[in-house]
Design a protein. Sequence first.
Length: 249
Amino acid sequence: MLKYLRLGFRLLLELFVGYLCIILPNVWFKKRIPLSIRYSRLRKIIHGLYQTLRIDLYLDHQEVTKEKGPYFIVCNHHSMLDPFLLIYLFEHPVRFIAKKEVRKLLIFGDATASIDALFINRKSVRSQLEQLEVMKQSLIQKETHWLAFPEATRNKQYSNPMLPFKAGTFKQAMEAKATILPMVTYGFFRPLDPKINWKKYPVQVDFLPKITADQYQGKTTIEVAEMVRNLMQVRSDKMRLLDPTLPRK
């Protein structure tokens, strides 16, 4: 309880100021403000929030976060904050697709909308196809990075293997001949876990070698999904083994 009271007060204060001064203007004047500027402003807010969350980041191959790409980033999914971890790390804009219910969430919905996230109705195939086509064209035109969670939902069993990857996640990216960038994280579920109250929350992040269009040419989406999952699972297993050795105090 004390953990949530502490976090709640500090996070709400920082979010309230950031929401009024940065997020809302970004939404209201979206057409006047370039995405790069809106993204940079949101990123500053997130950097402040992550200090409040007491995250101790262990980042491998961080040079990729400075590259313009663009890349189709695929990541395992443990926390509702995962998309904002990407924004925290990447200097150039990262966009993603979220379910339409996210848009209605206070602050969170406006924050995602402010950086041109796309919102889909999961009950409407037409809605999904239209938004996926937007992402595909953006990748073809090499506009921004795009983020996807091929597990399609949060894996709340943190010590278990990753959930099966949805092959359809890779369809538009492969059609756009985008470079796939696998990303693996472990430990980011802890800051919001009421059962864990440490002085530091170790979070491991690693980027695996990029997979270019030449490397997946001739493969089906099912084959690519399985290949990427296997690579990511190997790295995730190593992170879980290392995790107990990282400092918490």
